[in-house]
Design a protein. Structure first.
Length: 320
């Protein structure tokens, strides 16, 4: 499942669907795209364009509508939480952010859906150290205790105490589970509870845009899941690429990811639809991506994504 709506996410969804078809032609699963519908939480119509919808369906995607009852435009990351409701209950699922390319046979990845897990391609973005805060253990401990969970069982004891990687923390760019109905209900309940009553330990912490990534490890732990094992190394590796934005893709991702993007972006009839998205057109169709790529040595990239973004902005390339 991924979330698809008009604008940038439509272009990304087209690339996701086309890359799945190209890289995994024997894929036996289904690609379901959850589409938010107009309503009071969306000032503008979030739906796909008609020709974008037709192209996605021609690529084998199933498009299913859902109503935004809790998040909407104010917190679009909540789409991945509410959108789980469109999936068939009781069937294992893999959620992918729309800004993902499939580079290999994703159907051959040996997921254990009974043990939920998620992407480890993350930085220590949350919680943020503050004067007089209770520390990582205090912040995360308050959340585990609140939902009746055992934090001790989730700790990576190879990491030092009070170091962020000791605590279970994911990038919500992909995650798995055995049942989207149960997983989604708990994800929504935890996220809403944290948003509405963060508690004293979180008093100085921002939850925007981190709410989904705060709730996700709690949900994964509640179903007996945890960090992915080495058998899932292809995720965020040779099988999938969560690129975040097109300039970031050119700055840091593999040659295989760039080749896949450019092959799909220049192939008709997809190219005509993708041309409407200016950053993609400039990067992949008009050659600016090569100039972005030349700004970075991928063997010695800056350690933090923030530093890559700053260099891109300084060069005038910060486009979504």
């Amino acid at each position: 499942m991924a979330v698809a709506q008009g604008g940038r996410l439509e272009a990304e969804a087209l690339l996701l669907a086309a890359s799945l078809r190209e890289a995994a032609p024997g894929f036996a699963g289904r690609l379901i795209l959850a589409e938010p519908q107009p309503g009071p939480l969306w000032p503008a119509d979030p739906r796909l364009s008609e020709d974008g919808r037709s192209a996605l369906q021609a690529l084998g995607a199933e498009i299913r509508p859902f109503d935004s009852r809790h998040f909407g435009a104010a917190y679009p990351y909540g789409n991945k939480i509410e959108g789980l409701a469109v999936l068939p209950a009781g069937e294992p699922f893999l959620f992918l952010d729309t800004d993902t390319l499939i580079l290999g046979d994703i159907g051959a990845v040996p997921f254990d859906f009974d043990r939920p897990t998620a992407s480890m391609r993350r930085e220590g973005t949350w919680p943020v150290e503050q004067p007089y805060w209770p520390g990582y253990a205090g912040v995360w401990g308050s959340l585990y205790a609140r939902f009746g969970l055992d934090m001790e069982a989730t700790l990576d004891r190879s990491q030092p105490e009070e170091y962020w990687e000791r605590f279970l923390y994911f990038n919500a760019g992909w995650f798995t589970g055995p049942d989207p109905a149960a997983f989604g209900e708990r994800f929504l309940r935890f996220a809403l509870a944290i948003r509405e009553e963060p508690g004293d330990a979180l008093a100085c912490q921002s939850l925007d845009p981190w709410l989904d990534q705060v709730a996700l490890p709690l949900v994964v732990a509640s179903f007996g899941g945890g960090r992915p094992g080495p058998e899932l190394a292809g995720m965020d590796g040779d099988v999938t690429c969560h690129y975040r934005s097109f300039p970031l893709l050119y700055a840091r991702e593999s040659d295989a990811a760039v080749a896949m993007l450019e092959r799909l972006a220049r192939r008709e009839p997809l190219a005509g639809l993708l041309r409407r998205h200016e950053p993609l057109r400039r990067m992949a169709q008009e050659g600016e991506g090569a100039r972005v790529r030349a700004l970075f040595d991928r063997r010695r990239l800056p350690r933090r994504e923030k530093d890559i973004r700053q260099r891109l902005k300084a060069a005038g390339y910060w486009l979504r």
